[in-house]
Design a protein around this ligand. Structure first.
Ligand code: ADP
Length: 906
């Protein structure tokens, strides 16, 4: 009996208050409990295609909501639903226009915006940062789309998206349940990364948080702590697909937060009587993780009142025996509050939470009563609350047989029979789960025994738990399951993935190189252009590997090179990492033709008389030697007045003179000359202009225009964001329009380089210069120089590479293209909008950055993106994310980037 009681209690403790697998009730479009008045739209074509006709499964008036006029790709039209109270929304169902069979319109893709207060709108994003949701492909099928993460909102807007101008119409339903917690937002210190040698890295950030981040504090939003997903006992594991290790938890390290506790504020929709708070914590003490030692909460009855002085809290009993993750219930003594502030004290090195929920007196709140609702089945297996299924189910035009009726806001009348009924259902469900788990394990074992190749194809063809789309067809009578995509982590060996990637696809016979970088062992077929990585086993590098696909063979591998200055650093040390095993020319797989065409013709600027350069001061030190500020006497005449300089009246003009150091090697000298040749051919207002050279005698010099404000990195890092404070205190500052203008200028320079098919390969703020009028010019063609030089003096088995700016394919495949420049441009934008106060991925070591590169390559949603800089407008951050698309074809062109930025500037 006791066992039975325990069993009955188990589900309650292993499930969150709002369980996304259960919270799938129709919220009232179809059954009309969402009133016509609560449906609005940005526009409607006719009265008969107004928002009130957007009800899924119904065919009234002209049969759907259609926004006015044909929809253009740049249009933003929306259908808005007011749910009257906060709801936890887990699914969206869409359907085209029926119009008694005459309708032809539907919405192929859409976006979703949501708001909790009707004021601040947030764009929904999938866990991998995708905003668009696949909609319908015909007018009659209902397509149900799981929202991962779910949305907690009162208002939702569906925004049809179209790539071509077309007429769109839609019907829809929202599915979910009431958000009983009533929590509007929580704030917490930013979650951290656990990197312990010998263990996989755990990323314990709150990745779906929809608020703001400032000085490492997240505030004004909700995220993973309220997504209904409970973490597992081992925090590295997760049920979620397309995520990373540590995904389920938000975690903090004790010594990183001064006071020994994590302080969190919780803001609610209304004043409530709180009976308890439940915190789901990890307790893997063998890894230094424990539940909190004590918690103390203060209450604020109203938003404008002070915190009441008496706290409520508990001291917990710590557990060194049982490593299970668990809910810790904190009684809150029925205190009244609109806002709570709780301090959770560390009991060990780490504290990790996966969910926090509040139980409050429901008398205070009166949500809209939704009489009876249909609930969609949870996605196949309840053991995995978020399996990703593509499911073909039967017609939705009539009531589908799998939908069960269930009241959302069930009154708790204490009826024993209801309780027993629920418990029995839970037991039955548990049994079903156990059977399913056993069955899955059996199937997995069978699959494991299958040959690798078949396995691969089988997985592609059979794993149905990978898509979050459910299509309800009008013609089938039984639910059948369709598979779409591979995502079982067991089958994600890079070599297998490579077979699937079009641009990387290889024949099965290709042998495999194992990269010798200790940071990650990656299996790559030998015909990949990974020239120069050390071969650890299998076979030595073959001639075909040495010659690769590129114009220049890797001579370092084929004929060992002697006598160069391997110690010469190329970049600011902190920005660059040495990749052992990466060698010279393989890293420079850039169109040699362009380079040729830029260098073939020789230097196209004149020899400036050296004696007319008068040294003023040292500006800096580069890889070739010092950079001096000089007066260039008579430069205006020397240039024939073609280049307007700031001092046109014949007086000495200030210039920057880069000198090749006296002890430079022959190769360095050649590189220097080649950089001169390239620069002399470039002519654009946002590229540093070469004005003259001194190459007839040593030391070789290049004379460029002087940029008074030095490089952009140090310029921005010495400034703050413009505000009344900076004005009042005379603090050097930059405004948002300044930053946008700078970004647009860099994109303009890059657009020019791209038009020449020229790849820069080292775009970063440190390589952009700023003049007195805030004109930005791209400089430093240092890396590009090497592609055609065949000169690898600085490498000798070690390459110095700016990995934090590099696209994954540049690091893994040595592939540098305009698309990888676009990636670096995204990072440069990020630097600009963080005012260069932080290095990209500052929390990651170089090895972790490279590991992350592997994640970009695998693209299973575990890659870490640079965070949204607080100064950066959301659309610009979206642009950055697009620059970091895995597939080069998904990255925007510089043309597009420039257009986008120009719009911002305008
Ligand atoms: P390298 O590319 O060889 O490493 P740089 O061209 O970056 O060297 O020059 C080193 C430093 O000299 C820069 O960081 C910058 O501060 C300064 N500098 C270089 N060129 C100019 C210039 N045209 N105007 C003003 N400062 C310059």
């Amino acid at each position: 009996m006791l066992f039975l009681m325990l069993l009955l209690l188990l589900p309650a403790e292993s499930r969150s208050q709002t369980d996304p697998a259960q919270c799938r009730y129709a919220l009232g479009m179809q059954d009309g409990s969402i009133a016509d008045d609560d449906l609005t739209a940005s526009s409607q074509w006719y009265e008969s295609t107004g928002p009130k006709y957007a009800r899924l499964g119904r065919d009234e008036a002209d049969g759907a909501w259609c926004p006015a006029g044909p929809l253009h790709p740049s249009d933003e039209q929306f259908l808005q639903v007011d749910l009257r109270s906060l709801c936890f929304v887990t699914l969206v169902g869409t359907q085209g226009r029926s119009g008694g069979g005459a309708g032809k319109e539907f919405v192929r893709i859409y976006r979703l915006d949501y708001s909790r207060d009707g004021d601040r709108w947030i764009s929904w994003k999938s866990r991998t940062g995708q905003k668009v949701i696949q909609g319908n492909s015909n007018v009659y099928d209902v397509v149900l789309k799981d929202l991962r993460p779910p949305v907690i909102a009162r208002y939702l807007r569906i925004i049809p998206v179209t790539e071509l101008t077309s007429t769109v119409c839609m019907r829809m339903e929202l599915y979910g349940c009431s958000w009983h917690d009533g929590l509007l937002s929580y704030s917490a210190p930013e979650g951290q990364i656990m990197a312990v040698p010998g263990y996989p890295i755990a990323y314990l950030n709150d990745s779906t948080y929809d608020g703001f981040l400032e000085r490492r504090l997240q505030f004004g939003g909700l995220g993973q702590l309220t997504d209904g997903l409970l973490g597992m006992d081992d925090f590295l594991q997760t049920h979620q697909t397309r995520t990373w290790q540590g995904y389920d938890y938000v975690g903090w390290r004790n010594d990183s937060l001064g006071p020994g506790y994590v302080e969190m504020d919780f803001l609610f929709d209304k004043q409530r009587n709180f009976s308890s708070m439940k915190v789901h914590c990890n307790n893997m003490f063998s890894r230094g993780v424990k539940i909190f030692k004590k918690v103390s909460c203060l209450f604020k009855p109203r938003l404008i009142s002070d915190w009441e002085p008496e706290p409520v809290g508990i001291t917990t009993v710590l557990d060194d025996k049982n490593p299970s993750a668990r809910f810790v219930t904190v009684p809150l003594g029925n205190r009244v509050g609109k806002e709570l502030r709780c301090q959770f004290s560390f009991a060990d090195t780490w504290m990790m939470f996966s969910e926090i929920s509040f139980q409050s007196n429901m008398e205070v709140i009166k949500p809209r009563v939704i009489p009876v609702h249909t609930r969609l089945p949870s996605p196949l297996s309840t053991a995995d609350p978020e399996p990703e299924l593509s499911t073909m189910l039967q017609s939705q035009e009539t009531t589908p047989p799998f939908i069960v009726s269930w009241p959302v806001d069930r009154p708790d009348d204490g009826s024993t029979s209801v309780l027993i009924g629920c418990l029995v259902t839970i037991i039955l469900l548990l049994l079903v789960i156990i059977v399913l788990i056993l069955w899955c394990q059996y199937v997995r074992k069978v699959l494991e025994k299958a040959p690798c190749r078949i396995l691969d194809e089988e997985v592609m063809g059979q794993h149905s738990s990978c898509s979050d789309t459910m299509v309800v067809h009008s013609s089938h009578s039984n639910p059948t399951y369709e598979t779409v995509f591979l995502l079982d982590p067991e089958y994600q060996e890079p070599v297998l993935l490579l077979h699937k990637l079009p641009e990387l696809s290889q024949s099965a016979e290709d042998s495999v190189l194992i990269l010798s970088n200790p940071a990650y062992d990656l299996f790559i077929p030998t015909s990949f252009p990974l020239i120069g990585w050390h071969v650890m086993k299998n076979k030595p590098i073959s001639t075909n590997v040495c010659s690769g696909d590129y114009a220049e063979p890797d001579l370092t591998q084929c004929t060992p090179h002697q006598g160069f200055q391997s110690s010469v650093p190329h970049y600011a040390e902190t920005d660059i990492v040495s990749l052992q095993g990466v060698t010279g020319s393989n890293m420079y797989a850039v169109p040699a033709l362009t380079v040729d065409s830029l260098t073939r013709k020789g230097i196209s600027v004149g020899e400036f008389p050296r004696q007319r350069l008068h040294f003023r001061e040292k500006l800096g030190e580069g890889q070739f030697g010092e950079v001096h500020l000089c007066e260039a006497e008579g430069l205006q005449e020397f240039l024939g007045g073609v280049v307007p300089l700031s001092d046109p009246d014949g007086r000495p003009v200030l210039v920057a003179v880069k000198k090749l150091r006296a002890d430079a090697s022959k190769n360095a000298r050649n590189d220097f000359l080649k950089e001169i040749k390239i620069m002399s051919r470039l002519n654009h207002p946002n590229i540093v202009r070469l004005l003259g050279v001194c190459v007839c005698t040593d030391p070789l010099c290049m004379i460029t225009e002087y940029m008074e404000n030095g490089d952009l990195n140090q310029f921005l890092s010495q400034r703050e964001s413009e505000s009344t404070l900076t004005h009042a205190n005379n603090i050097p500052s930059v405004s948002l329009p300044n930053l946008l203008h700078m970004s647009a200028q860099i994109s303009s320079g890059m657009r020019y380089l791209a038009s020449l098919n020229f790849v820069h390969r080292d775009l970063a703020t440190r390589n952009c210069l700023v003049d007195h009028q805030l004109t930005i010019k791209i400089a430093d063609f240092g890396m590009s120089r090497n592609l055609y030089s065949g000169d690898y003096y600085r490498i000798q088995g070690r390459a110095v590479l700016p990995i934090r700016w590099m696209a994954w394919e540049s690091i893994l495949l040595g592939k540098f293209t305009t698309a990888s420049d676009v990636w670096a441009f995204g990072v440069t934008l990020w630097e600009i909008f963080t005012l260069c106060k932080e290095q990209p991925y500052s929390l990651l070591s170089d090895e972790q950055v490279i590991e992350n590169t592997g994640e970009f390559f695998r693209n299973q949603g575990r890659q870490i993106f640079l965070s949204h800089p607080s100064l950066c407008p959301p659309t610009l951050f979206e642009l950055m994310l697009r620059c970091w698309s895995r597939d080069t074809k998904d990255r925007p062109s510089f043309e597009r980037v420039h257009r986008h930025l120009q719009e911002h500037v305008a």
